[in-house]
Design a binder for this molecule. Structure first.
Ligand SMILES: Cc1cc2nc3c(=O)[nH]c(=O)nc-3n(C[C@H](O)[C@H](O)[C@H](O)COP(=O)(O)O)c2cc1C
Length: 306
C-alpha cells in the first residue's frame, strides 16, 4: 500500500513548494501525496514594500497570528505529515505561526512529522519555536531538513533583499541567484527515498541520523553566535515597537524606521566585525559549539536553548 503523506506549507515565491515537490519526485509510485498550501486572508505582499517588510518583525518575533483562509484537509489516514515553513526575522513566518496556532493544526496530533525549512541561513530560533508547537500539539517530530542559501552570508543578504523588494531570484550580472540555489532545490529529491524507507521499515527513530548523513542540515558555528545576538535584539525591539500599536499603525512607523536603519547598519557595517568576533568565540569555545551544533542538527527539544 502506498504511504499516505500530507504535505502542508506556505510559500510567497513558490520556492518552498518546489523543494517539497522535488522531495518526493523519485518515490511517486510508493506514495500518495496530498498537498495543502495555506494562505492568510490578507496575504503579505511579494515583492514587499520597505515599510511592510520591516513592520512585520514584531509580530514574527512575538508569534502573533493572522487569520488564514479556510482550508479543507481531505480525511485520510495519513502515515506522515511534512510541514514546510520559512523563517522570518529568526522566527517562524507569520503564516506558519498562524497555522500552528489554528484549529487546522490539530491534524498533526499523534502524527509523525518531518519539518522542511526553506531559509536564507538563519533558522535556529524559528526551529525551536516550531519544535515547541509540535510538542504542544502532541505530534511526533521525527525529522528535520534545512535548505539554505549556501553563498557567503553577506552575499546572501544582498540577494535576499533584491529578491524581497524586486522579486528577482535569478542571478544578475554581479550577484548569484537568491535563496536556496537551484541545484540544491533539485537535489532535495534524495530525501524522498530515505523518508519512504524509514516509514515502510518502521525505523523512524534513526531517520534523522540518516537524513543528516545525506546532508540534510549544515550549520556553521558563527551563525549560532550571530543568531543568538540577533534574536536578543529583535525581542527588545519588538516590544518597543508594539508599545505604539499593531501592524501598519502609523504611530509605530518612526520606531519601525529606526529598527530598519539599525538593522541595515548592523548587517552591512557591523557584520564583518561581528562575524569575526563570532568566529573567535566559536574557536575558543570549541567543545561547547560542538554540543550546540549536535543539538541544533537534531530533533530533540529543550526549552529556552536560544
Ligand atoms: C520578512 C522576511 C524575513 C526573513 N527572515 C529570514 C530569517 O530570519 N532567516 C532566514 O534564514 N531567512 C529569512 N528570510 C527568507 C525566508 O526564510 C525564505 O527563504 C524566503 O522568503 C523564500 O520563501 P518562500 O518559499 O516563502 O518564497 C526572510 C524572508 C522574509 C520575506
Amino acid at each position: 500500500m502506498a504511504l499516505n503523506i500530507l504535505v502542508i506549507y506556505y510559500s510567497q515565491s513558490g520556492q518552498l513548494g518546489e523543494i517539497l515537490k522535488n522531495m518526493f519526485s523519485s518515490v511517486k509510485g510508493e506514495t500518495d501525496i496530498t498537498t495543502i498550501e495555506y494562505k492568510p486572508v490578507k496575504d503579505f505582499p511579494f515583492p514587499w514594500t520597505s515599510d511592510q517588510f520591516f513592520d512585520a518583525m514584531p509580530e514574527c518575533v512575538k508569534e502573533i497570528p493572522v487569520e488564514l483562509k479556510p482550508i479543507t484537509i481531505p480525511d485520510k489516514p495519513y502515515d506522515l505529515v511534512i510541514l514546510g515553513y520559512q523563517p522570518w526575522y529568526l522566527s517562524p513566518s507569520i503564516p506558519t505561526t498562524s497555522f500552528l496556532k489554528s484549529d487546522a493544526a490539530k491534524i498533526l496530533s499523534g502524527k509523525p512529522v518531518i519539518t522542511v525549512v526553506g531559509s536564507r541561513n538563519m533558522w535556529l530560533n524559528a526551529q525551536e519555536k516550531v519544535k515547541a508547537h509540535l510538542q504542544q500539539l502532541g505530534a511526533r517530530h521525527i525529522g528535520n531538513i534545512v535548505l539554505a542559501d549556501t553563498n557567503h552570508n553577506l552575499i546572501s543578504l544582498f540577494t535576499v533583499i533584491r529578491w524581497a523588494f524586486k522579486g528577482q531570484k535569478e542571478a544578475g550580472r554581479w550577484l548569484p541567484e537568491a535563496g536556496v540555489q537551484t541545484r540544491d532545490i533539485e537535489a532535495a529529491s534524495r530525501f524522498g527515498p530515505i523518508i519512504a524507507n524509514a516509514m515502510v521499515s518502521g525505523q523512524t527513530n534513526q531517520l534523522q541520523e540518516k537524513l543528516l548523513a545525506a546532508g540534510a542540515v549544515h550549520l556553521k558555528p558563527t551563525l549560532i553566535v550571530l543568531e543568538k545576538r540577533g534574536i536578543t535584539n529583535f525581542r527588545k525591539f519588538a516590544t518597543y515597537i508594539r508599545e505604539k500599536g499593531g501592524p501598519g499603525d502609523a504611530e509605530r512607523l518612526p520606531r519601525v524606521k529606526l529598527f530598519k536603519r539599525l538593522l541595515l547598519t548592523g548587517i552591512f557595517v557591523l557584520s564583518p566585525i561581528s562575524g569575526l568576533s563570532a568566529k573567535l568565540v566559536s574557536i575558543f569555545r570549541k567543545k561547547s559549539f560542538r554540543e550546540q551544533i549536535n543539538y541544533f542538527k537534531g530533533i530533540r527539544y529543550e526549552s529556552d536553548v536560544i
